[in-house]
Design a protein around this ligand. Structure first.
Ligand code: BG6
Length: 378
């Protein structure tokens, strides 16, 4: 039921503060709000290995991680890679499920294969998972639908707590997948002795502050309108980012393609000069994502490069990242969080952008042409 909302997509975007919080609580094996972390409460619960149906020893034995997934879940895998490699120093390889089987996969002893899927029924992901099992790998799935085929097929399961997702273009399930990736990385870092107790505690606290910050980002529903109006007639839109910002830009570009039918390209800012810059002409819209302090300077200089070739630039940035406002036609700011978790906030204006552009163009964002919610053929 859509209730007060026009579309399921809008309703599901608005559910994100709650479902991300539910996912964090689920990972603590406690569903009772009173005992779990609320903003301002210093007594935060601890994440538990059991939420992944694993033991500390299972985590300690992980020497590498391979993520297999499709679509948005694949993009969530790229975020997991960044966070996991940074916190736990365990190498993570992200692969499209539809490619994995045919790439003559080599899995090492101790390599954990993680399949990420909202539906738990995507045929490509399921087939890749079966192949990984055949090769002798331990498998973990991060899925949203209880008892789904991918969940049943895996050795270990983590259930995201997004609840039923109706809109074809995922929003809340993706946000919960990001949260699951953060928690997995934190637990792996802890099991491997890569972070101190204090760091674990402060990152956990930061995670429990995220739902409140996601709530603040719901105001982009309306704030995004002027930018959506400027972009609705574009033929091509470019997204730029480095590191985690690049991972999020892939999802932003996919959302806009899926439901507004505008061709979008997500580019690593550093790679732009090696090719795509030739596509930039007067008025080309470029959306720069800027949440990583140590990379922002470089990304901004890449934005200057496209601007000097006539691009019209838009910034979506984290508070405190310094920019020169006159460089940008619009400049949207998300609240400050730990840079590793910034994607959970940046994605909100991107979701609203695709939603509003789709409406402005007269499309039904819930039912994009040619797409199915869950694809059960390879
Ligand atoms: C696609 C959907 O077919 O499958 C995407 O249109 C989705 O929105 C992808 O991200 C993967 O689906 P799932 O259920 O495996 O997460």
């Amino acid at each position: 039921h859509k209730g007060e909302y026009l579309h399921f997509m809008e309703k599901e975007i608005f559910e994100q503060p709650k479902v991300v919080k539910d996912t964090l609580l689920y990972a603590c094996n406690q569903e009772n709000e009173e005992t779990a972390g609320n903003a301002g409460n210093s007594e935060y619960p601890e994440f538990s290995y059991e939420a992944f149906s694993m033991t500390e020893k299972d985590f300690q034995e992980i020497s590498r991680v391979r993520v297999i997934a499709c679509g948005s879940a694949y993009h969530a895998g790229w975020v997991l890679k960044s966070v996991c490699e940074s916190l736990a120093r365990v190498p993570v390889q992200v692969e499209l499920a539809s490619e994995f089987r045919y790439n003559h996969p080599i899995l090492e002893k101790g390599e954990l294969v993680i399949s990420i899927s909202q539906s738990g029924e995507t045929a490509d992901t399921l087939a890749a998972l079966k192949e990984a099992k055949k090769l002798g790998a331990k498998t973990l799935s991060i899925v949203n639908v209880k008892g789904s085929a991918i969940a049943r097929e895996s050795d270990f399961v983590f259930y995201t707590q997004a609840g039923p997702e109706i809109a074809v273009a995922t929003t809340k399930a993706y946000s919960c997948q990001l949260a699951a990736g953060y928690i997995f990385s934190l637990l792996l870092a802890k099991a491997k002795g890569k972070i101190s107790k204090e760091e674990t505690r402060s990152l956990t606290e930061e995670l429990f502050l995220l739902p409140g910050k996601i709530q603040q980002c719901l105001s982009f529903d309306q704030e995004i309108l002027p930018m959506a109006k400027e972009l609705k007639d574009a033929d091509n839109i470019f997204f730029l980012g480095r590191g985690l910002d690049w991972a999020i830009s892939m999802e932003g570009a996919l959302k806009l393609k899926e439901i507004s039918y505008i061709h979008c390209e997500s580019y690593s800012s550093g790679e732009l000069k090696h090719g795509t810059i030739s596509l930039i002409e007067k008025g080309s819209p470029v959306i720069g994502l800027l949440s990583q302090e140590e990379l922002a300077g470089k990304s901004i200089s890449n934005i200057h490069e496209v601007r000097s070739r006539g691009a019209k630039c838009f910034a979506i940035r984290m508070e405190d990242i310094a920019i020169e406002e006159e460089d940008f036609a619009h400049n949207l700011i998300v609240p400050k969080t730990h840079p590793l978790f910034a994607g959970s906030l940046l994605v909100l204006p991107l979701q609203f952008l695709s939603y509003q552009v789709s409406l402005l163009k007269g499309f039904d964002p819930d039912k994009p042409r040619n797409l199915a919610k869950s694809v059960t053929v390879e």
